[in-house]
Design a protein around this ligand. Sequence first.
Ligand SMILES: [Zn+2]
Ligand SMILES: [Zn+2]
Length: 399
Amino acid sequence: MPHTRTAGLVFHPPVRSRTPAQQAKDTHVARIAKKWPIPHTRGTSASRGLERRGNTCYRLSTLQVLMHLPKFLNWILSHNVADATGNTVNGCSPATFATGFGCAACHIKALVQSYWGEGNVVGGVPAQILHNDSVMRDINHMTNVMMGVPPGGPIPQEDAELFYTQLLHELDDSVNTLIPGITPWSDQYAALFTIQRSTTRLCNTCNTPRTIPITVPSIIARQDIGFISIPINQHDHDSVSAAIHRHMQPSALGLLQCTTCNANQQFTDHHAIIAAPEYLRIKLNIVYHDAAGNVHKITNPIALDKTLDLTQYQTDRSTPLKYKLISVIQHSGQGLQSGHYAATVKGRAGVAVVDDGVVRDVAERRLRDNPMVWGGAGKGMRFQAVVLMYVRTRNRELL
Ligand SMILES: [Zn+2]
Ligand SMILES: [Zn+2]
């Protein structure tokens, strides 16, 4: 890179580095195509509704979010395919035969093909996928087994994030890892969705890491699907970025024996991001229990940041870590095991609110509506954002 010389000073381009774990994630993500897998014979890149039967809106809104992550779609489409020599790549795990519902990745792959396929497009408008379509029957059966719904019994409302997490784990486990394929399925999964974080426990006086107890290391590494249950303010102004900032602050542990100082000292846990994913899911903790154990929802309108800059929270801060908002699962009603879920998604064609079978295009800015008010004829329902999806935005040199 050329240097710029101004008034005798040489400006060097900033030296950008990443942790080895971040480099690995970036390499895996770069190998997944980002192009929407929509054939142009479809004639439109509009989203489709998914017909609801019973309390399945928590499933449908989660599936809608997944259908709007292009790299995820291409990853799923790489499941159980034949390579040029006819060998199976990313084939189904033998364990999927014992699940009682078959292979989760095959079911979701079939949904991707139906959802974005050219079939059932009427007058340029993609028709909803019916609840008794074989694709949805398989997915609903799978979800009933996964969520423990008794056969034939009524489907209870569930927390969308629980289903979301379980489904992603099933997808990660769907591939036979005993036969390594051309693409590393689980590494790509982790690169798409998991954030690797660390907690380092330090003595405030001498800065020495402490091991408590001996079996727990002073640096605790964890892998999560984004940020889970981020606390939000019940009354004061709040935003996603402020909530994450609070979450990443050092936490005081109190007095502990420091073997270096040889005295009781104050210790603090320091939190950092070691490696971040392509898609950063953030679950806001919008419910709380009162003293009597009743569930309440926080309806304080937390601001949904259009972009998030997490650079400062990394163990290696030399490379920017920035995201932009692409979808929101929102909930209307009292507790997350009741009420109704919908999703606002950003597709290739723009932003749409998807409420079960109904898709309505809305202005781009409405992605950040919180509460989202939806429903016609003056009886709009108020939905609170509960699960957000952000996509990483990159510097050109890291693409
Ligand atoms: Zn499969
Ligand atoms: Zn000390």
